[in-house]
Write a protein that binds this ligand. Structure first.
Ligand SMILES: [Zn+2]
Length: 273
């Protein structure tokens, strides 16, 4: 699925928002060719680019002056994998519905409403670009193809060390990454609830990591690492174009994924100038 596609019709998804617990709806419509992806809520509209990110705690939040939309990453991951770069996304409620916590319902809902279109020019790196600190890193290396690798380490939990990789040209996003669900550690869930967060979170849309196992059987091997890889693909959709690079992430998250996207855009703009 390296080719680009455009939507042929409107597609709508509705459901609970994992953070607000409120019912949300997202409506996708075909965009103008080459016009990019735009999001609109309550009459305000912004481009789906890294510069529109307003928050990166626990999920990726985009917004403008007045309004914002949370948890864009799983929908964006599906759009990136399906090669949809021009679309209009209208949101009611402050969040993209969490659905089953994975990207699979988005892929399934969108894939039959696509037709091939001209692919945007990929972003090609000619130098390594990385972000991070002592705990977390994301590194993008020049490469002839696009690939992702994600390593997690959660000591003293059933997750332990996990890694997942994905090559869009040679592997199926729908089979490999899309089914991997959002996860949270049991102690995080208690804390989030106490803070009034994750109000829409449930065992129907998240995998909870218990002291001695998981809240439900895993859908795919290395499900947590695959989910983080799904998040990374979704956050890098904020580049606005496909990335041709080898991307390695270690114990990262939305903050560093988005930082990488911003740094890539900054450095490419400097080189072009
Ligand atoms: Zn996620």
């Amino acid at each position: 699925m390296n080719n680009a596609n455009r939507l042929t019709q409107e597609v709508t998804f509705s459901g609970v928002g994992v953070h607000s617990g409120e019912t949300c709806q997202v409506r996708l419509r075909p965009g103008s060719p080459g016009g990019g992806c735009w999001m609109e809520r309550e009459g305000e509209r912004w481009p789906c680019l890294a510069g529109s990110v307003v928050e990166v705690e626990r999920c990726t939040v985009l917004g403008g002056e007045r309004t914002r939309v949370s948890t864009v990453e799983h929908l964006f991951s599906a759009l990136a994998a399906l090669g949809v770069y021009d679309c209009e996304i209208q949101v009611q409620g402050g969040e993209i519905p969490i659905l089953d916590g994975s990207a699979l319902p988005f892929v399934e809902g969108l894939k039959s409403c696509l037709e091939p279109t001209q692919a945007p020019e990929p972003l090609i790196l000619n130098q390594p670009i990385w972000v991070g600190n002592e705990q977390s890193q994301v590194l993008a290396l020049p490469s002839t193809i696009c690939s992702y690798q994600y390593s997690l380490y959660y000591p003293r939990t059933p997750i332990g060390y996990q890694e997942a990789s994905f090559e869009p040209l040679n592997e199926s996003f729908e089979q490999k990454l899309a089914p991997a669900r959002t996860f949270a550690l049991e102690r995080e869930v208690e804390w989030l609830r106490a803070q009034g967060l994750a109000r829409g979170g449930s065992l129907d849309n998240a995998l909870v990591v218990l002291a001695d196992g998981f809240s439900s059987p895993l859908r795919v091997e290395q499900e947590m690492a695959r989910h983080k890889c799904l998040d990374l693909v979704g956050d890098l959709y904020l580049l606005g174009r496909p990335l041709q690079a080898r991307v390695l992430a270690v114990k990262a998250g939305h903050r560093w994924h988005v930082e990488l996207a911003k740094k890539i855009l900054r450095e490419l703009a400097e080189n072009a100038g």
